[in-house]
Design a protein around this ligand. Structure first.
Ligand code: AMP
Ligand code: MG
Length: 327
């Protein structure tokens, strides 16, 4: 099967990284640093990036990795670096501070014909709060996603039994469908988007952060389409997994007027997009353009995101066009 090795290594490295992030999440003190853009980053973000970059580079030494984090902040904070190294040593006992810095900085690769993109913890605020977060890794070739793996340790495997079996690994490979695997790798099944075709039965999901999508516009949008259920709110790329397995139907990201120049980061979407598409759904930007991962860490050729269960996509785009025109 195509991409068999890539799929295997992506699952193995992200599963290990999620064990590290969960271990830190269950400790009462999560060390948090502040990035230059004021967003938080924790020792778990750095530890997860170190483990994944180490594992990927060992098997695919020529593949660039574009990860969200770099080690500059850690190098200025010796206490935090010690904690990251101690956590990495639980998996790689010989790891030194210098190696940890080197592995994290392997995530500073350049976009090329083939590369990996990594968000070691997407939804860091959700992680700190004890809500949803995701470890996200994707392989891109010629600007298109070929393999996507998303580990959501706080998402129930079976939404009907939310207390049982916490943790899901979503995996998709181009033309091979989307699977859901439990964290112990004991259970797996193929998943599909919801096929219900009544607008009033559809559920929209959106970011918990009010600054990340324009809620005024989405309210008008719901009204025009006859969507009556209140939207579910969730941090991180986990929203894509939830759409892929048919628990929600529509995920919109409409830049707010004062963030109109905001461009999405490749690592915030790549792994999620292939999950939805391989599960029978569709993902484009708000203008209906395919998402372009060939131009840099920012998706400068796209504007906003719309992910759907597929059949609703054309009507969603038409309605978005109307909402925009009426503003
Ligand atoms: P979510 O949990 O879906 O809100 O996504 C979290 C991601 O939103 C973070 O990883 C940021 O990269 C990204 N983000 C930060 N600021 C903005 C913004 N103004 N608009 C859209 N996304 C943003
Ligand atoms: Mg992120």
């Amino acid at each position: 099967m195509a991409y068999e090795k890539e799929r295997e290594i992506a699952i193995a490295t992200t599963t290990l990284a999620a064990q590290l992030t969960e271990h830190i999440r269950y400790q009462s003190t999560t060390s948090t640093l502040e990035k230059p853009d004021d967003s938080p980053v924790t020792i778990a973000d750095f530890g997860a990036q170190a483990l994944i970059c180490q594992g990927l580079s060992a098997i695919f030494p020529d593949d660039p990795i574009i990860g969200e984090e770099d080690a500059t902040l850690l190098q200025e904070s010796p206490d935090a670096l010690t904690k990251v190294t101690e956590n990495v040593q639980r998996f790689l006992p010989q790891a030194s501070d210098d190696q940890v810095i080197d592995w994290i900085n392997r995530g500073n690769g350049q976009i090329s014909q083939r590369y990996w993109t990594l968000d070691p913890i997407d939804g860091t605020k959700g992680f700190i709060r004890g809500d949803q977060y995701a470890v996200a890794l994707a392989l891109i070739e010629e600007g298109r996603v070929k393999v996507g793996v998303l580990v959501c340790p706080a998402l129930p495997f079976d939404p009907q039994n939310p207390q049982e079996n916490q943790g899901v690994i979503f995996v998709a490979v181009e033309n091979q469908g989307t699977e859901m695997i439990d964290l112990d790798h004991n259970k797996s099944c193929f998943i599909h988007v919801n096929r219900v075709k009544e607008w009033h039965e559809l559920l929209r999901i959106e970011s918990l952060e009010t600054r990340h999508s324009d809620r005024q516009q989405t309210q008008v949008f719901d009204h025009l389409l006859g969507i009556t259920k209140p939207p579910e709110k969730m941090d991180s790329l986990a929203k894509y997994g939830v759409v892929a397995r048919g628990e929600a139907d529509i995920y919109l990201r409409i830049p707010l007027p004062h963030f109109i120049t905001w461009k999405e980061n490749i690592w915030d979407h790549a792994a999620g997009i292939i999950l939805v598409e391989e599960a029978g759904g569709k993902v484009t930007d708000l203008n209906g353009k395919p998402l372009d991962f060939s131009c840099g860490i920012k998706m400068v050729n796209n504007y906003g995101i719309v992910a759907s269960n597929g059949w609703s996509h054309r009507k969603l785009l038409e309605t978005l066009h109307t909402v925009n025109r009426e503003r």
